[in-house]
Design a protein around this ligand. Structure first.
Ligand SMILES: [Fe+2]
Length: 475
């Protein structure tokens, strides 16, 4: 068993308002709640899920007040969860297959609600998100699931992003989805802050839709970055094994395309192709003199998807690189792309090697900025954290013996509101110690990246994905 295996071990315990032991000092100004999402049950009906992305969703909440930290966690009690617990069956997901009929249903009308990827605030509701069109509302105080969030529109899509982007200035949340069928289309939409409706912004028809996980947003543009990891959707309907992602193929000859849309007109203003790369996460984007600048975490190819199958992370077959797979799966590279709008070539520059789960300060989104934060993956035997200067490539890092850190989230010191102090604040990240098999919430100083404190959780937290800090959630 690999040393990091507690990260893929199911967690049974659910806590409600547990005060955590704090070491060091957590700033008293830090007020509100960090809510994180991720899989926490990896066996259903005596069978292991096939991919890390397919475990059952659990929410974890760290509430901060006066230097104290209170922890709660709860499985998201969805239809998928009930079916798993009561019937021992899994509904169709990312890579874990149901039968033929199950798969057909999942694309036609009954997608899974196992929303284990991210959380967001949308139209005043708190929602858990995944890549099917089902958004599960939850109570931020108790973490109880409250059923689906429905939109008052008839926009159709089958695969959606769990990385919606809120634009405070425009007063809308932007997202996209892919519609599979006889015609395949990407639809970009905006949800106004004041009503639960997706207003169509742009659509584009494609022959082979790509697997898209996140996108780039600037004040004037939406950029869909389309890697050549594509599917013939008719394959979803063929009998035989496989979940959603098993049908995608790496077609490097297509290159990676940047589809740039004007946000006000919906017009496609550029679509340059460049050398093939794969990615899950954009970091940030902004306007430049001749186009847009997009920072993202790039991979040479889509082998990373295979690297995260359970068989691979547990040291079996399937890892693409070497004998110790996760976290030494394919290496994510922080790269900057200059995407011109005048028909010129895309330029690429590497900023930092060995990064995933990137974040920026909320005030830095969609504008020129200085710092990206992420999980550092460049060493063996652990995952660290990195703060990268995206201009110079210089970094500050945090590492710990046998420690596996997850997504770091920057929370600004409220006194910096309206100033240019981009990194004045704290960075919050979950860290699993695989020796003690316990997790903690680490608090780093945003400027120096030195540890300010840590709050100990009395059990392990399985490796998760994304979260959000909600300053208004104070109970
Ligand atoms: Fe993600």
């Amino acid at each position: 068993m690999p040393a990091y295996s507690p990260g893929f071990r199911s967690l049974d315990a659910e806590r409600d308002g547990l005060e955590l032991a704090v070491e060091g000092e957590i700033p008293a100004w830090l007020s509100g709640s960090l809510v994180r999402n991720g899989p926490a049950m990896f066996e259903v009906g005596g069978r292991r899920v096939e991919h890390w992305f397919d475990g059952l969703a659990m929410l974890h909440k760290f509430r901060f007040a006066d230097g104290d930290v209170v922890y709660s966690n709860r499985f998201l009690r969805t239809d998928a969860y009930r079916k798993a617990v009561e019937e021992g069956t899994l509904s169709n997901q990312f890579a874990t297959s149901g039968g033929y009929l199950e798969r057909l249903r999942s694309f036609v009308g009954k997608p899974t609600d196992n929303a284990n990827v991210n959380v967001a605030r949308l139209d005043g509701e708190y929602v858990a998100l995944t890549e099917t069109p089902r958004r599960v509302r939850f109570d931020p105080e108790t973490l109880s699931a409250r059923g689906d969030l429905a939109y008052e529109d008839d926009l159709a899509g089958h695969h959606v992003t769990a990385h919606l982007q809120h634009d405070r200035e425009a007063g809308e949340t932007v997202g996209y989805m892919t519609e599979f069928g006889r015609r395949n289309r990407y639809h970009v939409y905006g949800v106004p802050d004041d009503r639960p409706e997706r207003v169509p912004l742009a659509s584009v028809e494609v022959d082979r839709p790509a697997y898209l996980h996140s996108f780039a947003l600037t004040p004037r543009h939406v950029v869909l970055v389309e890697p050549p990891y594509v599917v013939n959707p008719l394959r979803f309907l063929l009998p035989g094994g496989g979940g959603f992602v098993d049908h995608f193929e790496w077609r490097p000859e297509r290159g990676t395309r940047f589809l740039v849309f004007d946000r006000s007109s919906g017009e496609r203003v550029a679509e340059p192709r460049t050398n093939p790369f794969f990615f899950f996460h954009t970091v940030n984007a902004f306007e430049s003199d001749d186009g847009v600048v997009v920072d993202l975490v790039a991979y040479d190819d889509a082998a990373i998807v295979d690297d995260l199958f359970m068989a691979a992370v547990e040291g079996g077959s399937g890892a693409s690189r070497d004998a110790e797979p996760f976290p030494n799966a394919a290496e994510g590279v922080l790269a900057r792309f200059r995407v011109p709008l005048d028909g010129g070539e895309v330029e690429r520059r590497t900023t930092y090697r060995g990064l995933e789960l990137p974040r920026v300060a909320p005030a830095a989104r969609t504008r020129p900025y200085r710092y990206a934060y992420g999980q550092a993956t460049g060493r063996r035997g652990g995952n660290g954290l990195a703060k990268v200067d995206v201009e110079t490539g210089e970094s500050r890092e945090w590492w710990g013996e046998a420690k596996y850190a997850g997504e770091p989230i920057f929370v600004p010191d409220p006194e910096t509101e309206g100033t240019s102090d981009e990194d004045r604040g704290v960075v919050l990240a979950p860290v699993l110690d695989v020796e003690t098999e316990r997790s903690m919430l680490l608090v780093l100083d945003g400027e120096t990246f030195a540890e300010r404190g840590r709050a100990h959780v009395p059990h392990h937290i399985p490796f998760g994905f994304h979260g959000e800090f909600f300053p208004e959630v104070t109970s």
